[in-house]
Ligand binder design. Sequence first.
Ligand code: AHR
Length: 544
Amino acid sequence: MNKITIHNNIIQRINPNIYGHFIEEIGECIHDGLWVESQKLKHLPTLSKPLEGVRQDLFEAVKPLFGAENPPLLRWPGGCYSDTYHWKDGIGPKENRPVKPNTHWNSGFFRTIKNQYGTAGPRITHQFGTDEFAAFCRMLGASPYINVNYGSGTPEEAANWVEYCNGGDDTEWGKKRAEVSPTPYDVKYWGIGNEIWAKWERGFEKRAKDYAARYLAYARAMRDKDPTIKMIACGLDPATANPLLFARDGNTWNTTLLEIAGEFIDYISLHAYFPMYYHFFKGFLLKFAFKRDSKFSHNEKYFKASMAASQFLEQIICRVWDQIEGVMGKDTSVRLALDEWNAWYCLHQMIKANSCLMDGLFVADTLLLFQKYSNRVSIANVAQMINCVGLIRTDEQGLVETPGYLAFKLLRNFCFSRLLETSVTAGSFYNEKVVSVPVTRTPLISSTATMSEDGKEISVVLINKDYNNSIDVELDFVDFDTQRMRVKQAFQLYHDNPFIENTPDQRTAVSVQPPKEETISANKVRLPKHSLTLVQFQENKERQ
Ligand code: AHR
């Protein structure tokens, strides 16, 4: 019998910052995704100044991803791009801002990445700069997270950026910002460099000790301007470090960094893209770089690997966590920031991507993992919000809400903040090794249960990872007054085809629907094959 046992025991409060997002000057993420630049999009209704380039429909779609209560973080301006970005290019009157080539995504190997939508590195007009980013965050209620330029910038440039955002009008740069916004932007989260251990990154460091030394110069200069800021350092999974592509000391990168600069580190960042992660050199590079679309992953083998990936990510989290505790001690306040994560198959998906139901299940499964680990992973940013491996895909007529978007929105809005103790009794499956995802035994059902603050409602999320079969699950509520519990509402993301995509021609080919009534009761749920189900229970006033 398949069973989810849900105990009336709160094991932790879920940090809302696990539901964060990320935008970058890459492909059509900001350029023509968030911010209308091309003539072909000028007919679209947009927000008013200073966000006159933000399409209205996009803003409406993004709002529920952040949620009404405790909106999470939005990371900007990169990604790799941040290590080439000079923030002063993006302030002041918009007509005076320089137009420059995208020095990361339009150079070297990355220049070859193209598809029918354009290139990975369109030119930068700097219309969406710090003031626009801060205004956008304000409208969403999101906490801004800025990644400073380590690659081609200086500690002084980064410190001045902190002053511009957070300083009073009695400081040089705070005064400049006050011309636009008398209220400081209060940017709490600051990343220093991006993937600085990678050979493709501007500012690549061969050794952790070199990064740590320069990191300290940045951190000290930035904290001098605002001692309350939180700082995020580039970390790396020690077991997947690849010496052909990465720093020489990948397996001790985090520990060296923490030993030298730990006092100035609030978060160690990790990036996790599946299935490719960073194993490009195992015959995957060509596929990854040049396959025309992601359809080569539309088969049972990939499906199973994708459903096993969260277990691999769990191992990574635990490995890095052990390193953090090893250096900083058990009562450390340092946490993990999974500030880029998603399913990603082909390089050109960074221009404009679509994703399928399988990817939507992957998104949901990863969020469940973060719910369970939010005492270690206290920041996570899905990569990216728009077009680039994106949750939302834009076009001239409208938007496509991908299954990843639908799954994300569902969990963000209907899971509660208090995580309950649960256990799953279910069958399992083995996947074949796919790129980075090793052969793993994975339970067929992934699940969490969360409780509302007043204790009167419970949301149970259930992912059926079985490729072919539906599953009947019993819900066993332990130490609850089950006589008083009734199903308040239920939602399902399902389609007979696990690789179905929403497209400009079929925008709602797959959507969230209420499940068939006869499949849900207070203690039993039928989960269709390869599906996501969320059931919300409510305490009934009257005994039944
Ligand atoms: O999200 C796209 C890119 O992937 C980011 O710029 C980089 O950090 C990562 O490798």
